[in-house]
Design a protein around this ligand. Sequence first.
Ligand SMILES: [Zn+2]
Length: 219
Amino acid sequence: MSPLTGKGNVVSDAEDLARLGAQLYQRGLVSSTGGNASVRRSSTVLITPTGRSLADLSPEELVEVDSRGDATGSGRPSKEVPFHLGIYRARPEVNCVIHGHSPYAVAASTLLSPHPVNAFPVYTAGYLARVGRLPLIPYFSSGSAELAAAVSEVATGDTKAILLQNHGFITVGDTIESAFNTADELLDALTVYVITEGRAKPLYEADAWPKQKEIEVSA
Ligand SMILES: [Zn+2]
C-alpha cells in the first residue's frame, strides 16, 4: 500500500476540520448525517466520523486513519474513507477533500450524462477559474471499492471537482479554504443549471472543454 505522504507543508489541525464541517452545513453543501470531509496529515488522514452531522462536530470526534483506512485511535471514520485515500495517493498536492449530497448536486447529476473529462457547461468566468471542468461518474454504492476506483480514475491531473450520479459531489484543494471555495462555486453553478432546467445559455458547452484551456481567464 503506497504511503499517504503528500507534497505539502500544510498541516491542518482538528479545529480547522471541525470548523469546515460547520461551514459546509451552513452553506447547505451537506445535510443530516450525510457528507464528509478530510485533511491530510504527514502520513495519515483526519476525517469526519460516520453517523454524525457535520454541523457541530467537536475536534475530539474527528478520526485519524492510516494508509489502510484503519482508525489509529478511537472513533469510527466515514465509510467513504476509500475514495478519500485514493485521492490523496493520486494527488500529492491535495491536502483537503470534501464530499456532500447537496440537492442541487444530486439533481444536476441525474440530468447530465457521465463523462470522464467534463460533463458540465461553463456559465461564468469565476467557475472556469475556480472549478474548470467537472467529470461525472455513474452511480456506485457509498463506501464501495468500485466507487473509490471510479473516483481515482477521474481525480487525476487538474481535477478540482467531481460529480457522482444520484449521489453528490467531491471537491479537492491544496488547503481547506481552496476545497471549500471550489465547492461553494460549484454549488452556485449546479444551482444555475437546475433552476433553469439546463436551459441557461453557457459561455462554453461541456464538450468545448479542450478549447477552454487556451482561454485567458481573469476572475
Ligand atoms: Zn456520499
